[in-house]
Write a protein that binds this ligand. Structure first.
Ligand code: PLP
Length: 390
C-alpha cells in the first residue's frame, strides 16, 4: 500500500524563485554565463562586524538552546531598534525572534486559518502567503495590487472585501514582487475603516522597510495605537543586513497572541541558532553605514533597470519606490509571463521570475531583482533586447 499523505499537503504551494535559482545554478555548472536577477536576496555580504559577533559567540561558548522567544538582550535590541526607526515603544516581551521572516507569516496564518475562515493577502504578492493560507484550510481572498495604482490599493476596496468570516489581513509594504508601497493616506483610511471590523487581525510584513527611494518614507502599521491589540509585525535581518542565510527574523505580537506564538516556536524550532542571535544584536546596535551604502547602490541600479526596461519594445515599467524589484508589464511582447521567464533563462541566460509565481494577478508581468551589479543589470538588459529583436 502506498503512503497516504494528509490532504492539506496537496494544498501547499511553493516559491518558484528557489526553482529558478536551482535551474540557473545548474546552467552555470554546464558552463553557461547566467545573470541572476531571479532570487530576492542582496548581493552584498553581511557586514564584517556582524560576522565577527557571530564567530565570537561561538568561541564564547554560546552553543546551547536559548529561551524560545529569543535571548533577552536581542529582544531588547529589537525593541530599541523599533523605537529608533518607527518611533514606537514596544515592550520587549512582545518581541519573538524567529528563524527568518517567513516563520512569522507561517505562525500568524496557522493561528487564524481554518476551514470557514477567510484571510486576505496581496496579489501579486509573496507566494508563501497564498500557499500557507490554502494549507491552513482558510479561503485565500486576494487583495488586487494594480499597476495603474503603482501596485498599491484603495483602502475602501480592501475594506469592501472584509466580512464576518475574515480573520486576518496581510499587508506588505514596500512589496515583493512589485516594489510598490502603500501611501500613508491609504493606510490611514484603512486603519480608520478597520474600526468596523474589530475581529480582523492584521499581519504587516515590513521586511523591506529600510529600502525606500525617491524620498518616500515608510509608514509602519505599528505606529497606529488603535491596532495594538491585533497587529502582528513581521521584520528581520535577511534583507536589511544581507543576512538571508543566517535565518534571522523577528515579530511583534499583540500581548494576547505572544503565548500562542511562543508555543508554536517551541513546537517547531525550539529557538533560533544562538550565535546568529548574537550577530543580530551586533547588526542592530552597530554602525548602520553598510545598510545605507547598500540602499544607495540599489537605488542606482533601480534607475538603470527601470530606464532600460522602459526602452524595450512591448515592455513598460512603473517606478518601484521600495524593495529591490522591478515588475515590468511584458504583455506587449506577445509572450505570457512563464514563456518569457523560460526564454530569458534558457536562451538569453538571464534569470527572472514570472509574475504568475506571485499569484494569478501577476500574469503579464515578470519580476527582475536588481540585487546585482549595474554592469550585470546592463548586460541583462542587452540580452533581453536581443531576445525581443530575434
Ligand atoms: N516577506 C517578504 C515580502 C519577502 O519578500 C521575503 C523574502 O523574500 C520574506 C518575507 C522572507 O524573508 P526570510 O528570508 O527572512 O524568511
Amino acid at each position: 500500500m502506498g503512503l497516504k499523505l494528509s490532504e492539506k499537503m496537496g494544498r501547499l504551494g511553493t516559491e518558484t524563485a528557489f526553482e529558478v535559482l536551482a535551474r540557473a545554478e545548474a546552467l552555470g555548472r554546464e558552463g553557461r554565463d547566467i545573470i541572476n536577477l531571479g532570487i530576492g536576496q542582496p548581493d552584498f555580504k553581511t557586514p564584517p562586524h556582524v560576522v565577527e559577533a557571530g564567530i565570537k559567540a561561538l568561541r564564547d561558548g554560546h552553543h546551547g538552546y536559548t529561551p524560545s522567544p529569543g535571548i533577552p538582550a536581542l529582544r531588547e535590541a529589537v525593541a530599541a531598534d523599533i523605537a529608533r526607526n518607527r518611533g514606537v515603544d514596544v515592550d520587549p516581551d512582545r518581541v519573538v525572534i524567529v528563524p527568518g521572516g517567513k516563520v512569522t507569516m507561517f505562525f500568524a496564518i496557522l493561528m487564524f486559518g481554518e476551514a470557514g475562515a477567510e484571510i486576505l493577502y496581496p496579489n501579486p504578492g509573496f507566494p508563501i502567503y497564498e500557499s500557507v493560507i490554502e494549507f491552513s484550510g482558510a479561503r485565500a481572498v486576494p487583495v488586487p495590487l494594480l499597476e495603474e495604482k503603482d501596485f498599491s490599493f484603495d483602502a475602501d476596496a480592501v475594506l469592501s472585501l472584509l466580512n464576518e468570516r475574515s480573520r486576518l489581513l496581510i499587508i506588505n509594504s514596500p512589496a515583493n514582487p512589485t516594489g510598490g508601497a502603500v501611501p500613508k493616506a491609504q493606510i490611514d483610511r484603512l486603519v480608520a475603516g478597520l474600526a468596523d471590523f474589530p475581529h480582523v487581525a492584521v499581519l504587516s510584513d515590513e521586511i523591506y522597510s529600510q529600502m525606500m527611494y525617491d524620498g518616500h518614507v515608510h509608514t509602519s502599521l505599528l505606529s497606529y495605537p488603535e491596532l495594538e491589540d491585533r497587529l502582528i509585525l513581521l521584520d528581520g535581518w535577511s534583507k536589511t543586513y544581507a543576512m538571508t542565510g543566517w535565518r534571522m527574523g523577528y515579530s511583534v505580537w499583540p500581548r494576547s497572541l505572544v503565548d500562542g506564538a511562543v508555543r508554536l516556536a517551541v513546537n517547531c524550532h525550539s529557538c533560533v541558532n544562538a550565535s546568529a542571535q548574537y550577530a543580530g544584536i551586533a547588526a542592530l546596535e552597530g554602525p548602520q553605514d553598510a545598510v545605507r551604502d547598500m540602499v544607495s547602490a540599489f537605488d542606482a541600479r533601480r534607475r538603470v533597470i527601470v530606464d532600460g526596461l522602459n526602452g524595450l519594445p512591448g515592455v513598460r515599467c512603473r517606478n518601484p519606490v521600495g524593495a529591490f524589484y522591478a515588475f515590468p508589464n511584458i504583455a506587449g511582447t506577445g509572450m505570457d509571463a512563464r514563456t518569457l521567464q523560460n526564454r530569458l533563462l534558457e536562451e538569453a541566460g538571464v534569470a527572472t521570475v514570472a509574475g504568475t509565481s506571485f499569484g494569478a494577478m501577476g500574469e503579464g508581468f515578470v519580476r527582475f531583482s536588481y540585487a546585482n551589479s549595474v554592469e550585470n543589470v546592463e548586460r541583462a538588459l542587452d540580452r533581453f533586447a536581443t531576445l525581443l529583436s530575434g
